[in-house]
Design a protein around this ligand. Structure first.
Ligand SMILES: Cc1cc2nc3c(=O)[nH]c(=O)nc-3n(C[C@H](O)[C@H](O)[C@H](O)COP(=O)(O)OP(=O)(O)OC[C@H]3O[C@@H](n4cnc5c(N)ncnc54)[C@H](O)[C@@H]3O)c2cc1C
Length: 418
């Protein structure tokens, strides 16, 4: 029999962003529905998905505040001491190092463990009702409520509906919110390898000619490798046996890390970046990849998702304290504007970097080289890079705020919440 249920907040998607928001709303006396397509057993114990998430200092702090960090085995948290950016066959590398306040730029934590930790802190919250194995089919909102229809015909009304259902968010689409989408026509494959030579806790971003390689240092002699190629080439690599794959990888890394041995499954991801035109509407907001789905080259997707969930939780808590409508435009609009300012400049810069560094034409090779060398030599650029990689403040960096305000002013049309 079809059911009608009422909650204060309905969150579509129990990925890392949706779960972080649910946790950020703890203790506010709000009844929360979490609607998730996957079964609860898979949320509790998600499988390895190849992704190692580079977390900024800010994200580590927010995860601690939300109780998620404490759920991750410390042996699975790898410090990121520095990053090297390389171009083509040149031995020159631009090096990004932590500022004087920190020993490391950030931390690497496997995505499946972030998901497990984020679920562990939410599953026993008395105010949360998990509707697993369910997806959102339709949504409409009016001045007082959002009404969501699930795939089994059940309906949910809530004062606020949240889309946290991935970069291809069906809930965002059902709300009629458009998104800029950029398909890079490439696929990224991620997997773990054991290295013959030490990685010295240094990440590599190597914009080679014809391929992009990243190396993320894990505990011991292990590293996560991220290889970006046209899809048909990834398919060929997926079909190789381990021995052929290992020698192909050592060759791709120009033998700089010695012999390499595959120690995990291989996971391909198509490269599509997404930016929602609006983060908020009447009784509705987008968080996580549903708002900003980053190209992973600058490693900011979840960092932004966590930040957005945390700042939205903070604004809702403040509204509850004032006795104001927590899901009205006066709360959602300023939050959406702040999140846009925090994310838009890096989103655009990331797409530009991905384009230039996938372009192997002679002028592009020259621009790439000049950019890396000036980045190394000019202190302001170096400091800006360190700040972008380690992200130490929940306030957007000054440059971002100025650029974001200008972009927001240039953006025509609507207010965020109608
Ligand atoms: C290869 C790779 C490397 C990355 N590296 C980094 C990094 O180093 N640093 C970083 O910060 N970020 C990184 N990211 C990005 C990061 O993984 C994402 O930003 C993050 O997982 C997004 O979380 P989310 O909760 O918004 O979405 P998702 O993780 O996509 O979760 C969405 C959830 O919604 C559910 N769902 C979908 N549709 C529906 C529906 N209609 N109804 C109900 N439920 C639904 C799904 O089952 C899923 O559980 C990387 C991404 C990739 C692909």
């Amino acid at each position: 029999m079809v059911k009608s249920m009422h909650f204060d907040v309905a969150i579509a998607g129990a990925g890392p962003a949706g779960l972080s928001l649910a946790r950020a709303l703890a203790g506010l006396d709000l009844r929360i529905a979490l609607i998730e397509r996957l079964p609860a057993a898979q949320l509790a114990d998600p499988p390895f998905d190849g992704r190692e998430i580079a977390l900024t200092q800010l994200s580590a702090r927010l995860m601690r505040e939300l109780g998620q960090w404490q759920q991750v085995d410390p042996a699975e948290i790898s410090p990121l001491r520095r990053a090297r950016v390389l171009n083509g066959p040149s031995p020159f590398a631009m090096v990004v190092e932590p500022d004087a306040r920190h020993e490391e730029l950030g931390f690497l934590v496997p995505n499946y463990l972030i998901r497990r930790a984020a679920f562990a802190v939410v599953k026993d919250m008395p105010e949360v009702t998990l509707l697993d194995g369910r997806s959102v089919r339709h949504i409409r909102t009016d001045a007082d409520n959002a009404t969501l229809t699930l795939d089994n015909g059940d309906t949910i009304t809530a004062q606020l509906a949240i889309a946290a259902d991935s970069r291809f968010s069906e809930t965002r689409r059902a709300m009629g919110i458009a998104a800029d989408m950029r398909d890079f026509g490439r696929t990224m494959m991620v997997y773990r390898m054991e290295l013959e030579r030490p990685h010295e806790n240094t990440a590599w971003e190597w914009f080679g000619y014809g391929q992009t390689l990243a190396l993320l240092p894990l505990a011991g002699q292990r590293a996560s490798v991220v290889l970006t190629l046209p899809h048909h080439q990834i398919e060929t690599l997926l079909a190789l046996d381990d021995a052929a794959f290992n020698s192909d990888m050592a060759r791709r890394f120009d033998h700089r890390l010695g012999a390499m041995r595959l120690v995990s499954t291989r996971h391909p991801y198509p490269l599509v970046a997404v930016y929602a035109e609006r983060f908020a509407a009447r009784r509705f907001a987008c968080v996580g990849d549903a708002a900003v789905g980053m190209h992973p080259v600058t490693a900011h997707g979840f960092n932004f998702g966590l930040r957005g969930a945390w700042t939205l939780g903070r604004e809702i808590a403040a509204a509850r304290q004032r006795g104001a409508d927590f899901a009205g435009g006066a709360v959602l609009e300023p939050w959406a504007q702040e999140h846009r300012i925090a994310t838009r400049p890096l989103y655009l810069a990331t797409n530009a970097i991905a384009r230039v560094y996938c372009d192997d034409s002679p002028p592009a090779r020259l621009v790439r080289n000049i950019a890396l060398r000036s980045g190394q030599q000019l202190a302001p650029i170096r400091h800006a890079l360190t700040a972008a990689v380690s992200g130490t403040s929940e306030r957007p960096p000054l440059l971002s705020r100025v650029a974001g305000t200008a972009l927001a002013a240039l953006r025509p049309r609507h207010r965020e919440s109608a």
